[in-house]
Ligand binder design. Structure first.
Ligand SMILES: [Fe+2]
Ligand SMILES: [Fe+2]
Length: 138
């Protein structure tokens, strides 16, 4: 993760709110970083020449989500959570979606930024507050 993301994390986030806290410290910390990355994508999408800057950020988002998903999946395995399959499936779909966005960017050199940001905003909040929250109910 870039230092800019870590710096941003300590500032006031546009998209984070404490209702997203689950009470699993390692997961909460990673969620804040994910949301900070999302904020960075939003702010770059409003700049000129965003197409050159967006790919490294998507790359970072991809790397960090893989790391984060591994943390959650390990947490669920350790807790022997029965219904982790659906959760892992959502992670896999997200990874595929980000990979698809990156391919679209590479080949067409058109950043589907609006689609990306709408998808990320919806997915991150719904996934954290619904699917991730279920990790606690066992
Ligand atoms: Fe998560
Ligand atoms: Fe998750």
């Amino acid at each position: 993760m870039s230092t800019t993301t870590i710096d941003k994390q300590s500032k006031e986030s546009q998209s984070w709110n404490d209702s997203l806290l689950l009470g699993i410290p390692v997961v909460d910390k990673q969620h804040k970083i994910l949301i900070a990355l999302f904020d960075e994508i939003i702010s770059i999408s409003q700049e000129k020449n965003e197409s050159e800057k967006i790919l490294p950020l998507l790359n970072e988002l991809q790397r960090y989500t893989i790391y984060h998903f591994n943390t959650e999946e390990e947490f669920m395995r350790k807790g022997n959570l029965q219904d982790m399959d659906q959760h892992v499936k959502q992670h896999d779909l997200f990874k595929k979606k980000i990979a698809d966005f990156m391919i679209a960017h590479n080949y067409k050199n058109i950043v589907l930024l609006n689609q990306i940001t709408v998808f990320l905003r919806k997915w991150l909040v719904v996934h954290i507050s619904d699917t991730d929250a279920k990790m606690l109910k066992h």
